[in-house]
Ligand binder design. Structure first.
Ligand SMILES: Cc1cc2nc3c(=O)[nH]c(=O)nc-3n(C[C@H](O)[C@H](O)[C@H](O)COP(=O)(O)OP(=O)(O)OC[C@H]3O[C@@H](n4cnc5c(N)ncnc54)[C@H](O)[C@@H]3O)c2cc1C
Length: 347
């Protein structure tokens, strides 16, 4: 009999973790409280790069770069297997001043990352993007094609077991899930889901609001970044303008003030947007973690409970590598990266 894993949370981390375990011969049940892929993983910008990596620690960069390196092949596979195109696009990113050019150039040199000084801006031609809603639709389709049981609209209750081995976990309707291994990939809700066993997790939801413009397809052909604000062009001419990082709890509302502030920044970077129409304004809750370092580990109080969560601003970028690391850990294989920085915090 194949070993069985129940994975809670069907965002990008849950879907890819499920696929990585399936490839290793596991039977997987993937559970979500809503529809798969419609929370943070849907709401994000899809930039496959840690914005200003020289401002982050090496554990963040290592995981992000390793994830980024897997995305091209992943998106090809998704298109081939599902017919849904995640629109992977190596469009490059231009970082506009002010920026710490010295630190940026040093980082690029240290990481053999191609860059070019363009006056006071920095051009990073290797930066790619994927289109989140399409990426998540394709992942959901591949999950189904791979024989993974996807259960939607099943809200798992906070963990009731006390220690040792978890044999069952129930949802709010009383449905009971049994498995050899349980995995928490519940994004911003992971800490709540663990109940009192999540108290050591330094995680909280961090809201991000985003504006979507409709423009002619050739209006912008690369990502532009300026002072924690970015414009992301899509292949069909839509341009995303984002984002905010707000500590407002589980509040997913959008605000008119923020829309106005984002529009002002957008027009400053690309004046042509003054004439373009805003077609959508949304928000998502990132799984905020201390220093943007996720937890990829077994829970110290349970033999068969694992976490793959807390990827904060770069979950889409990191997910393909993070899922492989988790699956390797569960299966007792040597991990592709040192897992020490991603350990569950002991206190
Ligand atoms: C505005 C914005 C911009 C972003 N831009 C980028 C970017 O450019 N590049 C990048 O790499 N990252 C970006 N991110 C971050 C990225 O989106 C997240 O890090 C990533 O999506 C986290 O994925 P996840 O699977 O952990 O969480 P989610 O996608 O939120 O998935 C968690 C899932 O768990 C489910 N769940 C929760 N509780 C329960 C429960 N009790 N029972 C069952 N299911 C449950 C939820 O319904 C949800 O589907 C951005 C995020 C936002 C909001």
């Amino acid at each position: 009999m194949k070993p069985h894993a129940v994975i809670i949370g069907a965002g990008v981390l849950g879907c890819l973790s499920a696929l990585s375990l399936t490839e290793r011969g596991w039977r997987v049940t993937l559970v979500d409280q809503g529809q798969a892929g419609l929370e943070s993983s849907w709401a994000g910008g899809g930039i496959l790069f840690p914005l200003l990596p020289w401002n982050y620690s090496e554990p963040v960069n290592r995981l992000a770069l390793a994830g980024m390196a897997r995305h091209g092949a992943l998106c090809d596979l998704l298109l081939e297997e599902t017919g849904i195109d995640p629109q992977y696009w190596r469009c490059g990113m231009e970082i506009l001043p002010p920026l710490n050019l010295e630190a940026a150039l040093q980082w690029c040199k240290d990481h053999a990352f191609t860059c070019e000084e363009r006056g006071s801006s920095l051009w990073l031609p290797e930066v790619a993007q994927a289109r989140n809603p399409r990426l998540m639709q394709a992942l959901k389709a591949l999950v189904r094609l791979s024989g993974i049981t996807l259960v939607e609209h099943s809200t798992m209750q906070p963990l009731a077991a006390t220690q040792g081995r978890i044999t069952r976990w129930t949802d709010t309707e009383g449905r009971c899930y049994e498995a050899d291994v349980f995995v928490v990939t519940a994004g911003a809700w992971s800490k709540t889901l663990l109940g009192e066993h999540g108290k050591n997790l330094d995680m909280k939801p961090m809201r991000g609001q985003m504006l979507l413009y409709r423009t002619a397809p050739d209006t912008l052909d690369h990502i532009q970044y300026r002072e924690d604000f970015y414009l992301i062009p899509r292949l069909d001419g839509h341009i995303l303008a984002g984002s905010t990082v707000e500590d407002v709890g589980f509040d997913k509302s959008t605000t008119a003030d923020t829309a106005a502030a984002l529009a002002k920044k957008a027009i400053r970077v690309l004046p042509a947007l003054a004439e373009a129409s805003v077609v959508k304004h949304w928000s998502g809750l990132r799984p905020g973690s201390a220093d943007n370092i996720p937890v990829i580990d077994r829970h110290p109080q349970f033999d068969n409970l694992y976490l793959n969560t807390g990827h904060f601003r770069y979950g889409v970028t990191m997910a393909p590598e993070s899922a492989e690391l988790l699956a390797a850990l569960i299966c007792g294989e040597p991990p592709g990266l040192d897992l020490t920085p991603y350990a569950y915090p002991q206190q």
